[in-house]
Write a protein that binds this ligand. Sequence first.
Ligand SMILES: NC(=O)c1ccc[n+]([C@@H]2O[C@H](COP(=O)([O-])OP(=O)(O)OC[C@H]3O[C@@H](n4cnc5c(N)ncnc54)[C@H](OP(=O)(O)O)[C@@H]3O)[C@@H](O)[C@H]2O)c1
Length: 310
Amino acid sequence: MAFSTTTDEVMAGIDLTGRVAVVTGATTGLGLETARALAAGGAEVVICGRTAKKCEAAAAAISETVGTAKLSSAVFDLADLPSVRAGAASIVQAHPAIHLLINNAGVMFTPEGRTAQGFETQFGTNHLGHFVLTNHLLGALRGGAPSRVVNLSSAGHHSGQIRWDDLHFESEPYDKFEAYGQSKTANILFSVELDRRLAGSGVRANAVHPGMIVTDLARHMTTDDLAELQRRAAARAASGAGPGLPEFKSVQQGAATSVWAAVSAEMADVGGVYCADAEIAEAADYATDADYAARLWALSEQLVDESFPG
Ligand SMILES: NC(=O)c1ccc[n+]([C@@H]2O[C@H](COP(=O)([O-])OP(=O)(O)OC[C@H]3O[C@@H](n4cnc5c(N)ncnc54)[C@H](OP(=O)(O)O)[C@@H]3O)[C@@H](O)[C@H]2O)c1
């Protein structure tokens, strides 16, 4: 597997008949392609989106190319926890056993804002929404074991550690790049701790960097933001603190690492790692640190006011 590997190449020879896959943010971009590839492999796919209309449009688009696709949908907003809990309950009711959960939805470089419960938008949506969703789906994931959770992170995690004392940028001015980085670091730490807690259960969890792909993710990005992103990445690469910006991938190449982490035989007994280019890769030390991972879990429980043993 390599930089240019596509979803169809990963899926070659894989039969997912009888498997249930839940994909968040499946209405566009990488999530839509991930859902298509899994459906083409025979999985029953739950398309998660923010509106019924977007879910229906995604299902229609998939059905156009995959005539046999088995699709259903779940409508909820990851930036509003009661909505996430209700969405999870509806999924579990329809699917008491789940085999694949792809936590793909995300927002990037949003203007300073808060989720319905008052969390910084990127951390609240990208991490806390998926933290609650996953924990509410864990019974079904255990019921479907062997099963896998794939959390979409990003090489952007290099631009932000967890701001333990100022998660929501209340003490210091908001920095959209750092906020995205923090949320993507959280996606990796969550994978590490989730996998540790699920040891022996048959449920494995990993994080993925899809690459750099032109999608609607850039909807909040200005020309100035792009220049600033390039400047920061170049400075990071020059100082050896992280990678520079990579070449662009197609959507089929971008979704390949999620699909690979979800279905490949190589990843059947692997958990708590970070993947890129359909291979296991290296993340920043602060994003894989076991103590930080446990600390983030405890902090997340406190923030969402729910206790999850894992
Ligand atoms: N594209 C890249 O270059 C790249 C690079 C690194 C990492 N990633 C990661 O890959 C994942 C997918 O990104 P993408 O490029 O496919 O982005 P995208 O095209 O913008 O798709 C994001 C998806 O997330 C959904 N979403 C956003 N906010 C939500 C909310 N509050 N509740 C529920 N769903 C929500 C969107 O739904 P709506 O359409 O309703 O907004 C959409 O379906 C993200 O986690 C991103 O961080 C992408």
